[in-house]
Each structure stands twice: as C-alpha cells, then as structure tokens.
Design a binder for this molecule. Sequence first.
Ligand code: SAH
Ligand code: SF4
Length: 354
Amino acid sequence: MNVLSLASITLEELQNLMKSCALPTFRAKQILDWRNKGILELDAMKNVPNQVKEVLQEHTQVQALKLVSKQKSNDGTRKYLFALQRENQSLKHIETVLIPEQERGTVCISSQAGCVLDCPFCHTGTQKFEGNLTAAEIVAQVLAVKADLLADPMDEDLHSQVTHIVYMGMGEPLANEIEVFKSLDLLMAEDYLHLSRRRITLSTSGLVPQIERLGKDSPVNLAISLHTAINEKRNTLVPINQKHDLNSLRKSLNTYPLAKSRHITLEYVMLKGINDSQEDLDALIRFVNPERERVNLIRFNTYPGSDFQGSATNVTDNFAKSLISKGIRATVRRSRGDDIMAACGQLKTAKSGK
Ligand code: SAH
Ligand code: SF4
C-alpha cells in the first residue's frame, strides 16, 4: 500500500499536499493537532474547512482502522477489534488491548494479523496468518485508544491517558521489521506521540539479527519470549529457536543497549509438566545475567482447544522465590482482562480460524 495515511503522515508531507492543492500550508498543522489527539473523523475537525477535508478524503487514507467492537473487562481492561481499511482485499481483523492502572495506561498493540511462528501454547499462533500491518495501521491502534479514552474516560481510580506501549499483541513484531521500525519512529517523534523509548516495550520470540538492528535503530525496552532455557526444548516450544538458538540469542542480549537502570525482560510462561521442573529452573538460573536481565513469570492463559495447562500457583511462586534467592529479579505477571480473552496469547480474532 503506497497511500498516504493520516495516521502516519508527517507535517512536511501534509504541507506538500496542501501546497499541491493550492491550499494554505497552516492547515497541515491544524489537521495534525486533531490527529495527534486521536481524532481522525473529518467531521470532528471543527477549524478545518470543507475544501481541505475534501482534499484529505481524496488524497489520503483517513481511517486506517475501523472499530468493529469493544469489550470491557471487570478490571477495566478494554479489548478492541478493528477491521483494516484496505482497498480490494478481504476483510482482515486485528485486536488491541488497553490495560489501565492507577499510574499508567498501557496499550498492547498488534503488529501482524496472525503469526507464522507457531509457538504451540499461543492462541495467536493458531490463527491463519493474514499479513503484516503497515506503520499507519500500527500507530492507528494507539490513536483509536486515545480517542476512545477521550469519549469514554476511565473511572476515577484508573488512568485515562495512554502512557506506555507494548508490542505484545498479535504477531511477531520483528518479523515485520520495516513497518514496526517506522511505527516506533512515529510513536517517539517529538511532533507526534512523543513517547520516550523507556515507555515502549517490544516483545519478540527471538529474531536475532533484527534484535541487533533494533538496538542500533530504536533501542526501546526489550522483552524476550524465552519460555525455556533448555535449547532442545525451546526448539519445540518456541520454534524460531531452530533458526536462532539460545547461544546466538545470548550473544544478542549481551550487546543490546540498555537505558539507565533498565533490564531486558525474559518472559517465561509457566506450563505444567513442560517447563516447570527443577531442571528447568536450574537451566533458567544458569541462563540469566542478573545484571542486565530480569524474569517475568507469566501465568498460562488458556483458550478453547489448548493442549497445555498452567503450572500450579505454588510452583510458579517457588520459581520466583528461587530466582530471587539467586539474586535474579523475578516477578509473576498478573493476568489482565482474561475474562474477555484479552490476556497475553489469547488474542485471536473471532472472525478467523485455521
Ligand atoms: N510474538 C511476540 C509478541 C506477542 S506474544 C512474542 O512472542 O514475544 C506476547 C507474550 O505472550 C509472549 O511472551 C508470548 O510468548 C506470551 N504468550 C503467548 N501465548 C500465551 C498464553 N497462552 N498464555 C500466556 N502467555 C502467552
Ligand atoms: Fe507468534 Fe509470539 Fe504467539 Fe509465538 S508467542 S506464535 S511468536 S505471537
């Protein structure tokens, strides 16, 4: 798609468009002020004349996403289902999740429709792969959540702003490198969403060359879906390991640039009888570099048809305690929004199947 999208257009591109249509260039700034708040509906842009709106309609893709449905969890988490607005293509859907807390609002964004990497415990991996998202479609998820928070703010005890972004929705972000890197630039751009790199986290199953390029280009917080520190086991649990094994992953982690007092997060989903034995724990302890890395133990989120079961709570807690006793930072991730299937690995658009 080579269409200018309002979600990703720069001030300069928009000024050029205004000029080429013999319109005053100051309109570009007015339009982007709306866009940056999340407002992409032309009707809502009150200070923009109709003539300018017609030009936008004709020369840009105004809405990259269409909201199909929104679900609210008991804990405030919201899950959005969007349809991609692409011409001449079958309808594709993606999901985005907003996780509100007292002090922050985190948006979990998708980078692909589906995923080809087929980690056997992941619901997204069971979905048919339907393609990479464009940078505009990635950033438009954040805009849509901002607009939703303006229209439908959180209750008083929860934050009603987008403060943090995690690339932990559908897809493997580093398998869509070009568009994901562009989207990171847009999220961090001073005249756009202006989020600091410390507020953005990208989770990857371990595409080593891309991790290295991310470190050079946009060194945001890095999370790795480790899930086991035993190489042979990882070949089946996280199949990309067959291409980039734990040795090469280790090397890329050792050189990834870290912001001050930040750590790389090693995500470890606790699977009963699969990766939760003493041997698994010992291998994990040997793998982690406590100076630069911390472990996030994730409770397995089940979904219909899954062959896996989560570890018992006491097993997970003992894992955490043992790691901590070895001087390794370890936390157990609380699951958010699991009553609406919005938790990690539960994202799969209801409309498609394999
Ligand atoms: N593809 C990327 C990012 C999306 S998945 C990656 O794999 O890192 C976000 C996180 O959820 C990953 O750590 C993933 O391994 C984890 N996850 C996948 N399925 C899960 C499930 N059923 N329960 C809990 N976590 C899961
Ligand atoms: Fe893809 Fe990540 Fe799911 Fe693996 S865990 S199938 S890489 S989305």
